[in-house]
Write a protein that binds this ligand. Structure first.
Ligand code: G3H
Ligand code: ZN
Length: 277
């Protein structure tokens, strides 16, 4: 199965009114686990690498090339997406490496500046056939900021999409990044109003804080791309700790990283099932 693009996964899902999952990878074990889980579920999947993950590795190419190679070898359609890119330079690097989509995050800027810089990124990406997601109404939670009250206004969202030409829009509807509890309550009425007003697929960030039934309800209400990161890190870390505690004195990383990888694959398959239900 060839490497696909996020647009080729998100577009049909939006048309069909269902959700599709985008999972964040930090290291190779996440990448192979996401592909394994999607293969088991028999569903397409988006692997995304955030600007923060790139910072952790020091550069995009090693981890980005690994994700692209895993996607090319997969038995189900797999897209590789750049997530929360904060600079146009990183976007251009991802495009040159072969990424089919990017999320450019200028959501901390004021509206006019967000439009201006996002428009430039969209123009450059579209010249290469690359699909672009952007964000309006900053989803809280990154860097310890918790802003569950932030909401995206449907009229402003429509104007933003028209002014920038983005292919998908991340909106603030009640979720918050990096939550360790799964008790966020989404504004389903706002999701429906955004879906009716905005002509491109909607993206839910901070999905780890949303319980299973909330994710399914969000997809039914009109949310298409569901971004999940922290939930995978939670199960990965719990499995690594469990393995190290069960086998004191053992030092082979393949054992505890393998335990983490296998629990992430299980969770990916499970969450894809939740969205498909
Ligand atoms: O862009 C990635 C996501 O918004 C993930 O958020 O870590 O809360 O699942 P999360
Ligand atoms: Zn996010």
């Amino acid at each position: 199965m060839p490497l696909t693009t996020a647009g080729e996964i998100v577009g049909p899902a939006a048309k069909a009114g269902r959700g599709c999952a985008a999972f964040n990878a930090i290291q190779l074990e996440h990448i192979t686990a996401i592909v394994d889980g999607a293969t088991r579920a028999g569903q397409p999947v988006i692997i995304q690498l955030s600007h923060n993950a790139v910072r952790y590795h020091g550069s995009l190419a090693p981890i980005g090339s690994a994700a692209l190679a895993a996607a090319r070898a997969a038995e189900v359609p797999v897209a590789v997406h750049l997530d929360h890119a904060e600079t146009p330079e990183l976007v251009h690097e991802a495009v040159a490496l072969g990424f089919g989509s990017v999320m450019f995050d200028a959501s901390t800027l004021d509206y006019a500046d967000n439009v201006r810089v996002t428009r430039d990124v969209v123009d450059a990406c579209h010249e290469h056939g690359v699909w672009v997601e952007a964000e309006l109404g900053e989803v809280g939670g990154k860097d310890g900021v918790h802003a569950p009250g932030v909401r995206t206004d449907p009229d402003e969202a429509l104007a933003f999409v028209q002014a920038t030409g983005v292919d998908a829009l991340a909106v603030a509807v009640g979720s918050s990044h990096a939550m360790l509890t799964r008790d966020a309550e989404l504004d389903l009425d706002l999701i429906t109003r955004l879906r009716d007003r905005v002509p491109v697929p909607l993206v839910l960030h901070g999905s780890s804080g949303v319980p299973d039934d909330g994710l399914a309800a969000a997809a039914r209400a009109g949310m298409t791309k569901i971004n999940i990161a922290t939930q995978l890190n939670k199960v990965f870390t719990a499995a690594v700790i469990g393995d190290l505690e069960a086998r004191p004195g053992k030092v082979d990383p393949r054992k505890y990283l393998g335990a983490g990888r296998s629990s992430v694959a299980d969770e990916v398959a499970r969450l894809l099932g939740v969205l498909a239900a």
